[in-house]
Every structure is written in C-alpha cells, then in structure tokens.
Design a binder for this molecule. Structure first.
Ligand SMILES: [Fe+2]
Ligand SMILES: [Fe+2]
Length: 321
C-alpha cells in the first residue's frame, strides 16, 4: 500500500510515486526506487513537499527487476503508449521537446520490459524500439542531445536507456557509410543488453555497498540469463544474442562469461561494452559518487584501455567532445 510521506523523510531504498503526470514534473518514471541522495534533492527541487511511498516492510523486489508496481486490479500500462507514439512522429515539435519525448518513450518501454518480461511485452517493446531508433537515426540533432541528457541515477532501467542512446550513437559512427547492419534491431538490443538482470536477486542489484565475490558470481550470470530468456521467448535476434552475451567481454580476455579476446568479440559487443562501462562510471552508486564524463573517459583510456578496442573507444570520445 502507498502512503503519503514528507519529502524530508525519504531515504535511499524507498519505493516512491511522484504525483501528477511526467509533463508537469519532468520525472520520466512516476514510480521508482530511490537509489541516491541526488534523486531526493530533485524531488525537493521540483517543488514537492509530500510524495507517495510504499509502506515499510512491503517488498521492493518487483520494482526494478521482475515484478509490477501496478495497483491491484489495474490493467498494465501499454508497452508502447499510442499518444506518445503519435507525438514522436510529429515533424513540427521543437527539438528539445522531441528529445525529451524520445527519452520518455524509451524509458516507458524499458520499464515495461523489466516489470513484465513476457514474450508479448518483449515483442511489442522491440517493435516500439525499432520505431524510436528510426526516429533517432533520422535526426542527428536528437541523437546529439540524447547523449547529453542521460540521467545519472543508478538503476537498471535508467542504465539500459542510457546504454541504448550511447550504443546507437556509437554504432552509427562506427558503421557510417555501411548498410550491412540493421541499426534498428541493433539499437533495440542495446536497450535490452541487461535484460538477464530480471533473474538476479534485487537485494544484490540494489545492495548499498560493494559486492562480495559470491554476489559478483551471481551478477556474472546475467548475460546467460538474458540469452536464455530471449531464446525461450523466441525473441532472440542475432543482434540481441551477441550483445546480451558479449557486452562484458574485454579485449584482453579478462571479461565474462567466456573470457573472449578482442578478435573473438563481435564489434556489436565491443560497442556495447564501451557504452556500458562509460554509463556505469558516470552514474551515482550508493557507495561512490559518479565520475564526470571527463574523468570516466580518462580512466577508460588509462588503466582500463586494454578492455576496449582502441578505434571504437576513440570514436566514442569524439561523440562526447
Ligand atoms: Fe551487463
Ligand atoms: Fe549494463
């Protein structure tokens, strides 16, 4: 049950609902788990003195990974919001408005997938993502804006959306001039790269501290979980297969799950790993502050440089310049 709570009483780990529509408050998701002090500050700065909060003792495990925040008896929200879909194709929308809309559209789709990972949801999500990736690819200015408005909160949905935008922009730069790649399916696959996390215990994913070796072992299973989930649901395109399985492989063979080396990792996997690491480094964690984009790139170029393919990484740096 949701109860009204003073904003001053909010804490990391609470599941909250922001009143009103996203158009009025600017939060892309109405309901979410608070994962950083910055989010509490944003709620306060948006003018709220009270929000709704799930009562203490009720499980939050469904929120980020595998369950539903819908009220009992309420029909699930559509994966692709028809109103947003129409707006997305309005050629007269100003750039800033359209960029916000694309961002919101993708957040809604990815949230739906993580909350209800069924074959129907994933099928509809992939089609919706194909469409929005088409819009992004048509309008380069939107793509440039999208990679600058990524949010730095750490949760799987926000991270998946950020990696989606970085991945699309980087794939576009890497494959410019080639028509050998299905960029729409590739884009959808970037958004779904961490889908396997729906099968990881939320207590591990949201742990407010460093993970033990055993917990890391659990986390390392998510590429395999994602592969099996998409395979069993008959939603496994070649792009999804490669990206889900290879986004944690590293050029020097230190990655997982297979310890592949650069020549064995598909360029889709190498693109996704750059996007994935950059977003992880620039996001707040309960136990450490986000790095600035400059410091993240410096770390990736320095002590992590043997993890990435050099020319792909350099293209990523140019994108953010
Ligand atoms: Fe991952
Ligand atoms: Fe990831």
């Amino acid at each position: 049950m949701m109860v009204s709570t003073d904003v001053d009483e909010l804490e990391i780990g609470m599941y909250v609902e922001i009143p009103g529509s996203w158009l009025s408050h600017g939060f892309v998701r109405k309901r979410f788990v608070i994962t950083s002090e910055r989010q509490i500050e944003r709620i306060r700065q948006s003018g709220f003195t009270r929000v709704l909060r799930r009562e203490t003792g009720e499980s939050d495990r469904t929120v980020e990974g595998a369950g539903t925040p819908e009220e009992e008896g309420a029909p699930p929200a559509p994966v692709v919001d028809p109103e947003l879909f129409d707006l997305l194709h309005d050629r007269h929308l100003p750039l800033a408005r359209k960029t916000g809309l694309v961002h919101h559209f993708c957040e809604k789709i990815v949230s739906a997938v993580f909350e209800r990972p069924s074959p129907e949801t994933i099928d509809e999500a992939r089609r919706g993502l194909h469409d929005v990736v088409g819009v992004i690819l048509q309008e380069e200015e939107i793509m440039k804006c999208l990679i600058r408005i990524t949010s730095h909160d750490h949760d799987t949905c926000t991270h998946s959306v950020n990696v989606g935008f970085y991945g699309i922009a980087l794939a576009r730069a890497v494959y410019r001039g080639s028509d050998a790649h299905d960029l729409e399916e590739l884009g959808a696959a970037f958004f779904l790269h961490d889908l396997g996390k729906v099968r990881i215990d939320q207590a591990i994913l949201n742990k407010p501290g460093k993970l033990t070796e055993e917990e890391m072992e659990e986390i390392r299973k998510h590429p395999g979980h994602g592969f099996r989930l998409l395979h069993d649901m008959k939603q496994l395109s070649e792009e999804c297969r490669i990206i889900v399985l290879q986004h944690h492989e590293r050029s020097d063979g230190s990655g997982y799950p297979r310890g592949l080396r650069e020549g064995e990792i598909h360029s889709y996997g190498r693109i996704c790993s750059v996007a994935d690491v950059f977003d992880a480094l620039t996001s707040d964690r309960p136990y450490r502050k986000a790095l600035s984009p400059f410091d993240a790139l410096r770390l990736m170029r320095g002590e992590m440089n043997h993890h990435f393919q050099k020319d792909i990484f350099e293209k990523f740096v140019l994108l953010l310049a």
